[in-house]
Design a protein around this ligand. Structure first.
Ligand code: SF4
Length: 279
């Protein structure tokens, strides 16, 4: 009985501290804090950067304070978001928008209609997104899986255990981890952290993760360092893409970057250190 009481007490303290941590990390509405520098707290998992220590939530907060909410992912329905997640592979969003507009005009942003169309016709409609034959086949594979496993119901699909659903998405030919996690997070509102090239680049250049860390390692790192919260994962990923596009491209532009104060001594790490870090 004593052991049980101790166990319950431990769990209660853990939940309570997690709750306080969540409040400190994201607030209830993800509202920006007015003066971030004055509100730094040292709760949460810490990233050890040699002499520098920073909480991952601090990274989020600095980005959020600088850019504000990103309102991701654009799309009027879960199906449209899912289609966008497949079409955005290896192209920019403007091209995806044109492809989705074609589908909308053809009345195909509805599950049964989209599944019924021939793959060749689908390919022509999504041609603006590039790699259109390959993407049409991938979309078709995905729709077939949803039809066979969930009777075409996205609601039923997203009510599945997220880990099981993730495995099933990854089994679809042409669906990789980034697309699967984008579908889970943005179409299904399920807390699965999306790691893209920008995320990996920012984390590695700051030394927050090993240079050879792969998708799975970075995702595990983020998910174990942050509260399990789809809204937080959604906003964080969108903010990382924003800072990646504006500052952290192939060659980092650290001047004026909202994460510049978190750089290791000597500038960004990695292959660009010589040219960028010492510029
Ligand atoms: S400070 Fe430099 S390395 Fe860090 S995110 Fe910005 S551009 Fe990239």
């Amino acid at each position: 009985m004593h052991d049980l009481q101790q166990s319950v007490s431990r769990r209660y303290r853990h939940c309570l501290s997690l709750w306080h941590w969540c409040q400190a990390a994201v607030g209830t509405t993800l509202a920006p804090r007015p003066a971030a520098a004055k509100h730094r707290q040292k709760a949460g998992r810490l990233l050890i950067l040699g002499a520098m220590t920073v909480a991952l939530r601090e990274v989020f907060q600095q980005l959020y304070d600088h850019y504000g909410p990103q309102h991701w992912w654009p799309g009027e329905s879960a199906l449209e978001i899912m289609v966008g997640a497949v079409l955005t592979q290896n192209t920019n969003w403007k091209n995806v928008e044109r492809a989705i507009e074609n589908l909308r005009e053809a009345g195909l942003l509805e599950f049964d209609a989209l599944r019924s169309i021939r793959v060749e016709e689908l390919a022509e409609l999504i041609r603006p997104a590039g790699y259109y034959r390959q993407k049409a086949r991938r979309l078709h594979n995905l729709l077939e899986m949803i039809h066979h496993r969930y009777g075409g119901s996205l609601g039923e699909m997203f009510a599945t255990d997220p880990q099981l659903l993730r495995r099933r998405l990854l089994e679809v030919n042409g669906i990789g981890p980034e697309t699967a996690d984008s579908i889970l997070l943005y179409a299904g509102n399920l807390p699965s952290f999306v790691v893209d090239a920008y995320t990996a680049r920012v984390f590695k250049r700051h030394g927050w993760i090993e240079p050879e860390a792969d998708y799975h390692t970075i995702q595990q790192f983020c998910q174990s360092s942050l509260p399990c919260d789809a809204a937080l994962f959604n906003e964080f990923h969108a903010l990382l893409v924003r800072v990646g596009k504006e500052h952290c491209g192939t060659r980092p532009k650290c001047e004026g970057c909202p994460l510049a104060n978190l750089l290791p001594e000597g500038g960004p790490l990695g292959e660009d250190r010589q040219e960028a870090g010492e510029a």
